[in-house]
Design a protein around this ligand. Structure first.
Ligand code: SF4
Length: 392
């Protein structure tokens, strides 16, 4: 397949995730398990013979869901509730949630009430990551998840099956990280939109099929003489459960920015950490859960050993980024609580950054254009002044 055809396949899955999961179920007879984003180990659902699908924010306007959840909840939770109310999840065999914030709890309650005939399980992962009991508690939760899946399929899940799924998911993360490496190094011209489509489609597609497409894409990119376009090197931070709108990503690059790295959930956060392929697989998943918070700190978790603002400053340096754009989903409490620390650290280090608050309903792009253009101009001037100082 050509590069364009591969990205089209990614786009179809990423932008029509439920339609593509339904088609997969019809074609393969595989049960489909929907999950909330961020901390759910899809490996276990895959080992149970299911297609794990991370439920995505829909592009549709929120209508019937309005009356079921507070309007001051984030776009992701409101959209999930709206999709449940509209019957979009009726084909799912189960929905399994991992808790990561108060708004998710509220959304899960509505989904459970709206889908009385669907198996809806809620697993409460420990949010305190550095206590002596954190690992044991995470392991207990993943054991419960395994039991829930075994009850659903009617037989035990073998450790070997979990190991095989872990291996497949690790391959997927490694392939996506290679894509990131090419973009960071500037040896492939991959736009922010294409990068999101590659990662988001991985959240909803069969992993073996996704791996095959990624491998083809990498083979083509690594053998081509394609080079990244020039522009202000931008790092994108924020946006957890909902993918940033593609229009916003396009706008940043249209204004002269080149997105070189990110810590987005629909990006580096999702693929940062592999699961050990040795030993007890449930313990390995529990270790993964704690380790990934050290790799890319998450503001929904409490960890004495992780520091998001320092992580971001280091990540900017590693990717040679010149400025950071923070994308904050409106009403996302964990992000709102943490952002002042990032702002203070970036100001202290004289590192330019711009905060953009986004909404489910289409953000006014033209208003944003002026802000992004001004920001990129400031970054450019600062970088030129710095270069002159070094040369003097
Ligand atoms: S972490 Fe933020 S985006 Fe995710 S569900 Fe909670 S409030 Fe919404």
């Amino acid at each position: 397949m050509s590069r364009d055809a591969i990205f089209s396949a990614f786009e179809h899955a990423a932008e029509q995730p439920l339609e593509s999961a339904r088609a997969w179920k019809q074609a393969h007879g595989t049960p489909v398990v929907g999950s909330f984003p961020m901390h759910f180990p899809g490996e276990l659902a895959h080992a149970a013979g299911c297609l794990p699908v991370i439920l995505q924010e829909s592009q549709e306007p929120i209508t019937v869901g309005h009356g079921m959840i507070y309007p001051f909840y984030c776009g992701y939770t409101r959209s999930v509730v709206d999709q449940a109310c509209k019957g979009d999840y009726d084909f799912l065999d189960a929905i399994m949630f991992g808790d990561h914030c108060v708004q998710v709890l509220g959304a899960a309650d509505v989904v459970r009430a709206k889908l009385p005939n669907t198996r809806v399980h809620f697993y409460q992962l420990i949010s305190s990551m550095s206590d002596p009991w954190s690992l044991g508690r995470a392991r207990e939760t993943f054991l419960l998840l395994r039991e829930g899946l075994e009850e659903m399929i009617g037989h035990p899940i073998a450790d070997d099956a979990i190991h095989a799924s872990i291996q497949l998911f690790n391959q997927n993360r490694a392939l996506l990280r290679r894509l990131y490496d090419l973009r960071r190094a500037g040896t492939a011209n991959i736009t922010a939109k294409q990068m999101q489509l590659a990662v988001k489609s991985s959240m909803v597609m069969d992993k073996a099929s996704h791996n095959a497409l990624l491998q083809q894409l990498l083979d083509e990119l690594e053998s081509s003489s394609d080079r990244q376009q020039r522009g202000v090197r931008v790092y994108l931070s924020g946006h957890f459960c909902q993918a940033p709108k593609l229009g916003v990503l396009d706008l940043i690059e249209d204004c002269g920015g080149i997105v070189v790295d990110d810590d987005l959930y629909h990006g580096t956060r999702y693929i940062s950490t592999d699961v050990s392929e040795q030993g007890d697989p449930i313990s390995a998943l529990a270790e993964w859960y704690l380790a990934r918070n050290l790799k890319v700190p998450c503001p929904t978790r409490v960890d004495q050993n992780a520091d998001w603002e320092n992580y971001l400053l280091k990540a900017m340096e590693n990717s040679n980024a010149q400025g950071m754009i923070v994308l904050m989903a409106k009403f996302c409490e964990p992000h709102m609580y943490y952002y002042p620390e990032i702002k203070e650290a970036f100001e202290r280090h004289n590192m330019p950054h711009l905060l953009i608050e986004t909404e489910h309903e289409l953000t006014a792009l033209e208003g944003l254009r002026t802000r992004i253009e001004s920001f990129l101009e400031v970054v450019k001037r600062q970088a030129n002044a710095q270069a002159r100082r070094v040369a003097a």
